[in-house]
Ligand binder design. Structure first.
Ligand code: SF4
Length: 422
């Protein structure tokens, strides 16, 4: 991975990028970005075409602007993923997670069991639970609300980050309520924020191939804006590297920027590379790519940092999809956040992801320090909770025991220290 994204750097501010030897059109766009001016979709396309010295300059400019906006801190949140059901008949073709009711490993948790898992997460230091599931055909209309209420009763202080726009669409129809009223009911029950997942690529033609357009791009935008309007902030995402291309990426990023200008409700942007191993999209369609190339990922992080600067300043890297080492190196291409410790990651794992289900807080701190940055534990809305500049978090160990050879920080030579040592 070292050679893929370059080497980790020491804790120094990046210097002003050198534009020596780069092409005039790229230099013109990068200079505009450094001046704090808006990067258009057309500019973004110029940047997605960079190679060699032009690409180096793009990455250096993204790193410089990241430091200007976020300093040397790299944040993470102590959270637990709780997937309350994997039963789903929506048939999204990129999904390896969904099961049918009579599958051996199909499950549907009661609200009480979700709450029990939330309490367990809090006992391990979690400030957040992230709750998403399949679109189960037979859950009662009140099910999502009951999950939130059960968690609030059992763990009143934990932040509940739950229900994608697709789940919100399903829930409000089941409840026969307007989107706004339904979101208001969930908020009154204790919902804190919603994940901006199910965005995939906000383009009708691409969505038709990925999801049969069960949640349209327009519906995603409407639900997210409604959430922001009732005071529920959200993350924003893109899933890229399948049947899409740079023109879809720049349009998607520009659309998120427009929403943010209107509502200010996004907390972060999370690029999610498509994981192809165990899902029908790749298996059944010869023209589908096996995820993005390394260069595409590098450019996506750098271009999104430039296009979103001043509007969405937190760019999160997904360690379940890229691995902790790949994630570490993308901190040099514009990213400033490592996402969550997760404890029970299942969705990427189900599609063949092989980077494990959890990075503990201590491991997260070691990964960030090894990248030459200052680890900061944050809450869901990016308030700093603990700055680990000269001390370590308590080592809680992984929730699901694992061998030391499965340590997510073995690449920095911490195999023996990864379990049990602070
Ligand atoms: S992505 Fe979600 S909605 Fe689509 S099939 Fe998988 S579980 Fe169901």
């Amino acid at each position: 991975m070292q050679e893929r994204f370059g080497s980790a750097t020491a804790l120094t501010a990046p210097s002003i990028p050198s534009f020596q030897g780069i092409s005039a059109p790229v230099q013109e766009v990068l200079e505009r970005a450094l001046e704090g001016r808006e990067i258009s979709q057309q500019d973004g396309l110029v940047l997605f075409g960079t190679e060699g010295a032009d690409l180096d300059a793009l990455v250096a400019t993204a790193d410089f602007i990241r430091h200007r906006l976020c300093g040397s801190n790299v944040s993470f949140v102590v959270t637990r993923n709780i997937n309350f059901t994997n039963i789903c008949y929506m048939g999204c073709r990129f999904c390896g997670f969904a099961r049918k009711t009579d599958d051996e490993d199909a499950e549907l948790l009661t609200p009480e069991e979700v709450a029990r898992r939330a309490v367990e997460a809090v006992s391990r230091g979690a400030t957040e639970v992230c709750i998403q599931g399949g679109i189960h055909p037979n859950i009662p209309g009140e099910y999502y609300r009951d999950i939130v209420s059960a968690i609030k009763a059992a763990a009143p202080n934990v932040h509940i980050h739950a229900f994608s726009p697709f789940e919100i669409k399903y829930g409000h129809r089941k409840r026969h309520m307007s989107v706004e009223d339904y979101l208001g009911e969930l908020k009154a029950s204790g919902l804190g924020t919603i994940p901006g997942t199910a965005a995939e690529i906000l383009d009708t033609e691409v969505r038709k191939r990925l999801t049969r357009n069960k949640l349209t791009a327009a519906e995603w935008v409407t639900i997210v804006k409604a959430a922001h309007k009732v005071g529920l902030r959200s993350s924003s995402t893109i899933m890229y590297g399948h049947v899409d291309s740079p023109r879809h990426w720049v349009a998607h990023i520009a659309l998120l920027r427009d929403i943010q200008k209107e509502t200010g409700g996004f907390t972060e942007f999370v690029p999610l590379p498509y994981v192809h191993y165990d899902n029908p999209l790749f298996r059944e369609s010869p023209d589908v790519r096996p995820g993005p190339s390394e260069g595409e990922t590098l450019r996506l992080y750098a271009v999104s940092r430039l296009m979103l600067a001043g509007w969405i300043n937190n760019i999160q890297v997904s360690w379940p999809k890229l691995g902790p080492e790949g994630a570490q190196h993308l901190l040099r291409a514009g990213a400033n956040d490592m996402g969550g410790t997760l404890m029970n990651e299942k969705i990427t794992t189900a599609s063949g992801g092989h980077f494990g289900q959890e990075v503990t807080p201590l491991e997260m701190v070691k990964i960030i320090r090894n990248a030459g940055r200052i680890p900061v534990e944050r809450n869901t809305v990016y308030d700093a909770l603990n700055v680990y500049d000269n001390h370590n978090p308590i080592d809680v160990g992984p929730l699901v025991p694992r061998n030391v050879s499965e340590s997510p920080i073995r690449f920095i030579g911490e195999i023996q220290k990864s379990v049990g040592n602070a």
